[in-house]
Ligand binder design. Structure first.
Ligand code: HSE
Length: 438
């Protein structure tokens, strides 16, 4: 049988890695797929840029439309990123009857509903394993490996740059900006690093995970997102003293009222395996009703780890090229006509525990006022420590851990605490999750 012809849009880090993996492992990949797979065409913005891969035998063009219009190409791999040109190219490829493999999380999170509907109508596949957690086969694990379960919740470290920053702050006492610069030099950070540190990149990935976990349409615009820019060395140290690590987690959970969909810094007990996932590594903890907790760990970015996921998708597509479109694994794990309309909860309707840090005047009655406000809102304190004033200051730091409470109650309590004239500045609030198997 003739090899399947593939066109790649984007020959940068992941594109180059994909060509390398497809060429280096061609024989084994063909044995797995049942046919050879060759990259015949590629589009690159700058034709003269040095590449990490050999381009022998590949026709390279600066115009990506040439690739999606080429009748010889059966599979288009989209690796240019962004959600404008990429969207147009993917929609056009689908229109032309081509299967698509993409690593583009923003594209899927924001336009996936439309893209999958078009693909379904045309009988083609859009595969996106590489869009979430790089080389970790988390899409396949949830969509296929856990298909017998009701997924209860999942929590993931799904942005390597943010995890690298928090790890270096904790281990080496380094400053935020300094570590971010290094992550950019390592090639992990997004073109706009705000996507990493403000949790937007993680929210793209979490949106996708929530859809395949719970069978709901993609709803990126409803994700709650809080970044790590306000995390200080002090918070990292106090969390450790209390037996916790701060991680930037994406959390999605099915509750009776709806689906939680949130990305924020989170204290988690240091004894959890996921609390010990450091540096640029990613991990996703999934709680299924039958299997219990399962943990998936690996490189969340980088040329060949991401290529590993891209190539696996290409192999999947080649394996089912001749199968009836009705009998394929559905894009979002659940049959398109069986998606649920469970609402995404507003953050104020989410219940979680909290770490609070505040600067208080070191005088009698101050703590009593704070605990009264918390008590009036039904917020129960689990632990409390007070740090003596430093360097002649008249203010002490008070750190509290609370039991679980509705975020709305906590918002109101914080507002009242901040209005006390014995409290200076804002109260630092970091949400806290036990991540216990239920
Ligand atoms: N900027 C992302 C990260 C790259 O740091 O994890 C992979 O999506």
């Amino acid at each position: 049988m003739d090899p399947v012809k593939v066109g790649i849009l984007g020959l940068g880090t992941v594109g180059g890695g994909t060509v390398n993996v497809l060429q280096r492992n061609a024989e084994e990949i063909a044995r797995r797929a049942g046919r050879g797979i060759v990259v015949t065409h590629a589009a690159a913005r700058d034709l003269n840029k040095p590449r990490i891969c050999s381009t022998d035998g590949i026709i390279i063009t600066a115009d990506p439309k040439e690739v999606v219009e080429d009748p010889e190409i059966a599979i288009v791999i989209e690796l240019i990123g962004g959600d404008t040109l990429a969207r147009d190219l993917v929609m056009r490829a689908i229109e032309n009857g081509k299967h698509v493999v993409t690593a583009n999380k923003a594209l899927i999170a924001k336009h996936g509903n439309e893209i999958f509907a078009a693909a379904q109508a045309k009988g083609v596949i859009v595969a996106f394993e590489a869009a979430v957690a790089g080389g970790i086969p988390i899409i396949k694990a949830i969509r296929e490996g856990l298909a017998g379960n009701q997924i209860e919740w999942l929590a993931g470290i799904i942005n390597g740059t943010g995890n690298f920053i928090l790890t270096e702050m904790r281990d080496k006492g380094r400053d935020f900006d300094d570590v971010l610069k290094e992550a950019q030099e390592l090639g992990y950070a997004e073109a706009d690093p705000e996507f990493d540190v403000e949790g937007i990149d993680a929210a793209h990935k979490l949106t996708i995970l929530a859809s395949i976990a719970f069978g709901i349409p993609l709803q990126f615009e409803k994700a709650f997102t809080e970044g790590i820019t306000k995390i200080t060395r002090e918070d990292v140290t106090y969390a450790e003293e209390l037996g916790y690590r701060i991680k930037h987690l994406g959390i999605t959970r099915r509750t009776d009222k709806g689906i939680e969909l949130r990305v924020h810094p989170t204290l988690i007990p240091e004894r959890r395996l996921i609390a010990n996932v450091d540096g640029v590594m990613n991990a996703v903890l999934v709680q299924g009703d039958a299997v219990g907790p399962t943990l998936y760990y690996g490189a969340g970015a980088g040329a060949e780890p991401t290529a590993s996921a891209v190539v696996a998708d290409v192999v999947d597509v080649v394996r089912v090229l001749t199968s009836d479109p009705e009998n394929r694994v559905p894009h979002l794990a659940f049959q398109p006509d069986s998606l649920s309309d469970l609402p995404i909860l507003k953050m104020e309707d989410v219940e979680t525990a909290y770490y609070l840090r505040m600067q208080v005047k070191d005088e009698p009655g101050v703590l009593a006022n704070v605990t009264r406000i918390l008590g009036d809102k039904g917020i129960s304190i689990e632990a409390i420590i007070q740090k003596e004033p430093q360097g002649g200051s008249a203010e002490a730091s008070v750190i509290m851990l609370t039991h679980t409470v509705l975020e709305k109650q906590m918002n109101e309590a914080i507002q009242q605490i901040e209005s006390l004239d014995t409290i200076s500045g804002e109260v630092t609030r970091i949400r806290m999750e036990s991540l216990e198997a239920s």
